[in-house]
Design a binder for this molecule. Structure first.
Ligand SMILES: [Zn+2]
Length: 90
């Protein structure tokens, strides 16, 4: 599913809003991609925020908190892989 369609899905938007509220309310929340809390991540990415990540990789289960920088980095990797002709089921 293209990114714009994924993000416009009403169910995703509802889940995202609730998950982002929970992530922001709990300083112990860790990122699915890097395993760091927001405070730890902000030592290298001071303006980072929480986003809700889709289950994009094998082994991912449902939506989960991800730093915006980690989520964007994954999106760029997908675009590069597609451009190079790799199709690994994403
Ligand atoms: Zn992260």
């Amino acid at each position: 599913m293209p990114n714009a369609a994924k993000h416009a899905d009403p169910e995703f938007r509802r889940i995202r809003d609730a998950m982002n509220r929970r992530s922001n309310a709990n300083p112990g929340t860790t990122c699915r991609r890097c395993g760091l809390t927001l405070a730890e991540r902000r030592k290298v990415k001071p303006k980072d925020i929480w986003t809700t990540g889709h289950p994009d990789l094998p082994g991912d289960h449902g939506y989960a908190p991800e730093h915006r920088s980690c989520n964007s980095s994954l999106g760029a990797q997908h675009a590069n892989a597609k451009r190079l002709g790799f199709d690994y089921g994403l």
